[in-house]
Write a protein that binds this ligand. Structure first.
Ligand code: SAM
Length: 215
């Protein structure tokens, strides 16, 4: 068990010190091109938008974007980037896990490398809230850290599958790394597909599960 709030301070510190990603995740671009259609999924929620590069990518594709964060600095950075690029999105801070949206508000949700920073209870609570705000027939897409990712290198092992990160600018954040069997236990797998991607480049090994389901 760990409180997700330990991570909130790490994220706030990171973005307030100028952490930015300059371009969207290549896998985010590929997965969302395959799965999201602006006519069927006009309203998209990006859960944990960080410095905004994935959210801005979907804005440019014509989706009406809403974003949720726990870091005020991330919101400030992303607002500024949106303004500079002449783009618009509805950004919110949500610290208590209760999303400030009515049921069925979104046609699709992306949660890219966010849910793995929760303990079991936080993970379940976040999934339930995301499911609530997704409309029937809407699409949920998440990337979740898989075993072997470089963020486990040099990390302090806090418990089974739980690590305190010591590298990649996320020092101090607590990460939960799920085996596929554990991950699938959170979803109704009759409706859900779990795939994976990994790549090794410049000494960094990136490994993630990609989960998607239609509500
Ligand atoms: C590894 S970063 C990923 C950022 C972005 N999705 C990306 O792929 O570049 C994790 C982000 O999730 C945010 N976050 C963590 N817990 C959250 C929560 N409960 N609700 C919303 N955002 C959260 C953090 O502030 C951080 O910006």
């Amino acid at each position: 068990m760990f409180e997700a709030t330990v991570n909130h301070e790490v994220w706030e510190s990171l973005y307030s010190r100028g952490h930015r990603l300059d371009y969207p995740s290549d896998m985010f671009v590929r997965v969302t091109y395959r799965l999201l259609d602006v006519r069927r999924h006009p309203r998209v929620l990006d859960y944990g938008f960080g410095s905004g590069e994935n959210l801005m990518h979907l804005c440019r594709r014509g989706f009406s974007m809403t974003g949720v964060e726990v870091s005020h600095s991330a919101l400030a950075v992303t607002s500024e980037r949106l303004y500079s690029a002449g783009l618009d999105a509805d950004l919110h801070i949500c610290m208590d896990g209760k999303l400030p949206f009515k049921d069925a508000s979104f046609d699709a949700i992306t949660a890219w490398q966010v849910l793995c920073y929760n303990d079991d209870a936080g993970f379940r609570k976040a999934l339930a809230e995301l499911h609530r705000v997704l409309r029937p027939g809407g699409l949920f897409i998440a990337a979740i850290t898989a075993p072997g990712d470089s963020r486990q290198d040099g990390a302090e092992v806090l418990g089974q599958g739980v690590f305190r990160i010591g590298c990649q600018g996320q020092e101090g954040a607590v990460l939960r790394v799920l085996e596929e069997r554990e991950l699938s236990s959170y979803f109704d797998c009759s409706e859900c597909e779990i795939g994976s991607f990994s790549h090794e480049f410049l000494g960094i090994c990136s490994r993630h599960w990609i989960v998607h389901y239609e509500k």
